[in-house]
Design a protein around this ligand. Structure first.
Ligand code: NAP
Ligand code: MG
Length: 406
């Protein structure tokens, strides 16, 4: 250990600290797996709820601006306050979700990928490799207006252009009560979504699928299809060079194909499809504790995090002095993802290698059946041993040290 020179960084990562059990894990991961091996450079932002309250949430805005400037961030899970948290933390205001604020500022798309290991079998037997879901995070039914009517009448869709142009369509002539829904999206948001998807596909060298219902929704879904096709022209050459494809199909065909596929691709989904399908895919792959997440902006800024929350129930046990067996995998992979990206951008092969070895050390440990308790009931074909978080991290550290020759 003494002989090993720590791995150098040139540009700092944006480090966004968080809340509760994940904040405890955050420090353990740094102490056990990062600081012994890396000459860590970060620009630190404390997004823990007390500091968000103290700074009137300015710290969240600052951290998003830092991500725009430096390009790569790693984020710990954070509490999104509700009524109960208002009194628990004595808050001045019910602050908005930091993830929502950061996503809006970066205009980004979230890509969620399961971490797969041989001993945990997906519920869908054909799936051999992870399926990444990219959900469009703006508009459609999430920004709709709705009317419930109680009598016969006519519903119309009207657009009044800034130029004075007027477009009017009859939605339906009601002979009795009914419901009406108006929704929208913007070319700009769809275009940003498309850029984020194509950039990320190139980044991880995986084929990109996209699906809508454009046979029925010819203008609305048709616009999504057309914009993706148009934006793809900018990436086509790079896709060919990387040996990956852009594949468009109808949403029902996509669902059927996903179920019969081996995995190993990115599935871009419209907002509602992504909401529903990401829950299906993540549940079928096994565990929320084994799901990573990265926010990618259309101009190529990256924010890595775990998909799970702050694991409150475990935190209350921890506060009582109990050792917990909280799974740190997704948070470790947020760090490794950020180091790998930083290493690629700054041309630091040693940092990229560290990220790869860190992930491999995690797999070595899990493949020997050493795991946190949440995985024990999911594991097949190994005799699993349930460890505390700290024991698990120390096993990973030992294997990482060997791999790095430290
Ligand atoms: P959660 O923190 O993901 O935890 C839900 C349950 O899932 C846990 O109680 C635990 O089950 C299990 N679990 C999740 N992650 C685990 C891990 N790493 N290891 C072991 N088990 C794990 O979700 P929540 O309880 O709904 O939310 C708690 C707080 O997190 C909320 O304040 C919410 O606002 C916040 N949140 C933040 C983010 C984010 O920052 N990205 C995302 C979601 C939620 P058992 O209790 O059965 O062991
Ligand atoms: Mg959902």
């Amino acid at each position: 250990m003494k002989t090993m020179k720590k791995i150098k960084m040139t540009t700092p990562l944006v480090e966004m600290d968080g809340d509760e059990m994940t904040r405890i894990l955050w420090k353990m991961i740094k102490d056990e797996l990062i600081l012994p091996f890396v000459d860590l450079k970060t620009e630190y932002y404390d997004l823990g709820l007390p500091n968000r309250d103290k700074t009137s949430d300015q710290v969240t805005i600052d951290s998003a601006n830092a991500t725009k400037r430096l390009g790569v961030a790693v984020k710990c899970a954070t509490i999104t306050p509700n009524v109960q948290r208002m009194s628990e933390y004595n808050l001045h205001q019910m602050w908005k979700s930091p993830n929502g604020t950061i996503r809006a500022m970066l205009d980004g798309t979230v890509f969620r990928t399961p971490i797969t290991i041989p001993s945990i079998h997906p519920a869908v037997k054909f799936w051999k490799k992870p399926i990444t879901i990219a959900r469009h995070a703006y508009g459609d039914v999430y920004r709709d207006v709705e009317i419930q009517t109680h009598e016969p009448g006519v519903a119309k869709l009207v657009f009044e252009g800034a130029s004075g142009e007027r477009i009017e369509e009859i939605i339906h002539e009601f002979s009795g009560p009914g419901v009406i829904e108006g929704m929208h999206n913007t070319d700009q948001s769809i275009r940003s979504f498309a850029h984020s998807c194509f950039k990320y596909a190139l980044d991880v060298k995986q084929t990109l699928w996209f699906a809508t219902k454009d046979t029925i929704s010819k203008k609305y879904d048709g616009r999504f299809k057309a914009i993706f096709e148009e934006v793809f022209q900018e990436y086509k050459e790079a896709f060919d060079a990387a040996g990956i494809e852009y594949f468009y199909t109808l949403i029902d065909d996509a669902v059927a194909r996903v179920m019969r596929s081996e995995g190993g691709f990115i599935w871009a989904c419209k907002n509602y499809d992504g909401d529903v399908m990401s829950d299906m895919v993540s549940t079928a792959f096994g565990s929320l504790a084994m799901m990573t997440s990265v926010l990618v902006s259309p101009d190529g800024k990256y924010e890595y995090e775990a998909a799970h929350g702050t694991v409150t129930r475990h935190y209350y046990k921890y506060l009582k002095g109990e050792e917990t067996s909280t799974n740190p995998m997704a948070t470790i992979f947020a760090w490794s993802g950020a180091f790998r990206k930083r290493g690629e951008i700054d041309n630091l092969p040693e940092l990229v290698n560290y990220a790869n070895q860190l992930e491999q050390a995690c797999f070595d440990t899990l493949n020997e059946g050493l795991e946190t308790k949440d995985l024990v009931s999911l594991s097949e074909g190994v005799a699993p041993k349930g460890l505390t978080s700290l024991e698990f991290l120390r096993e990973i550290r030992a294997r990482l040290g060997k791999r790095l020759g430290a």
